[in-house]
Design a protein around this ligand. Structure first.
Ligand code: ZN
Length: 321
């Protein structure tokens, strides 16, 4: 009996020793794993970025917007410029290097200005960065001092304008523009505003004649300031109209007319936008023309109206991208 008890006690002792050994092993293992994980963590991008000065939130932004470029950030100082780009609505990833180059030239510009200029190609000189207008975009196609139409481009749905809508010579415009214009004309007319078309579709040769007249009499600089070069005029699209009113018929008085105010408040409902505004001359490349209205469809016109951007910016972000 006594012997048996001793065996039990011995057994219990060895169990205790085993438990203690296991506890120590556990603690050791736990500490080991922790040290291992710590070493491993210090090798992660997140740890390195935190050391450079990025916050956890900024690291998340980088992972969402710049995954492929994170490695190159690890060897540099904190890139505040990059982070500020990602906060901008109209940031386009493909333009990143151009944003950087342009910002280097214009460190006084705001980030949104940098984005606007680069998205609309204004980091290049006019007429020196030639791009073909993508006519498959239909009534959302763009023509400006970078995008141009071929000399033989002519829309295939040109229609004659009824003479109730214009003075002087005959006019042709694209059917899609015409239908929208007629609706707009009726709505304006109900408010005693009589819109009149003064200029409409112009083919390449006609634009060339207009431009060359200015160029031959006063030189290229003057001609460029007042007219688009052939191929670069929106009038060749059949989507643009120069609109005046019965009471205000000149380029100098139209901007003070009730018709102009009416158009500013209502044209977007019919798919038209004021293409060349005074505050956007550097983006559009054209002096303000209160009378020049472009058809882009109701959806785009409404967005442009509500967000106060140019068609050039809209095109870069929503159509070309
Ligand atoms: Zn015009």
């Amino acid at each position: 009996m006594i012997n048996l008890k001793k065996t039990k006690l011995k057994l219990k002792k060895s169990v205790w020793i085993t438990i203690i050994i296991l506890i120590f092993l556990g603690i050791g293992l736990y500490a080991g794993i922790n040290i291992y994980q710590d070493i491993k963590y210090k090798k992660t991008d997140e740890y390195k970025l935190l050391q450079i000065g990025y916050t956890k939130e900024e690291i998340k932004i980088l992972e969402n917007n710049y995954k492929s470029g994170i490695k190159e950030l690890l060897t540099k100082e904190k890139d505040e410029f990059l982070l500020s780009l990602f906060n901008e609505k109209y940031y386009i990833a493909n333009n990143l290097n151009r944003y950087r180059d342009f910002f280097e030239l214009h460190p006084d510009y705001s980030i949104s200005k940098i984005i606007s200029y680069v998205n609309t190609n204004n980091d290049y000189d006019y007429y020196e960065h030639d791009l073909d207008t993508d006519i498959s975009k239909d009534y959302l196609l763009i023509v400006n001092k970078y995008y141009h139409l071929a000399s033989d481009y002519e829309p295939d749905d040109l229609v004659e304008v009824n003479n109730k809508y214009y003075y002087g010579e005959n006019h042709k415009i694209r059917e899609v523009t015409y239908n929208a214009f007629k609706n707009m004309w009726e709505a304006a007319n109900k408010e005693d505003i009589y819109l009149i078309i003064n200029s409409s579709y112009r083919n390449y040769e006609e634009q060339k004649a207009v431009y060359d007249d200015y160029k031959n009499s006063k030189g290229t600089t003057y001609a460029d300031s007042i007219a688009a070069r052939p191929g670069y005029s929106e009038h060749q699209t059949g989507l643009s109209l120069d609109i005046f009113s019965k009471t205000h018929t000149t380029t100098s008085n139209f901007k003070d007319s009730p018709a102009y105010i009416w158009l500013q408040n209502n044209a977007y409902k019919y798919g038209f936008i004021e293409r060349y505004q005074e505050e956007n001359e550097e983006i559009t490349g054209f002096s303000a023309e209160a009378w020049h209205w472009r058809y882009v469809g109701i959806e785009a016109a409404t967005y442009i109206h509500e967000n106060n951007i140019t068609f050039d910016e809209y095109y870069a972000y929503f159509i070309a991208k």
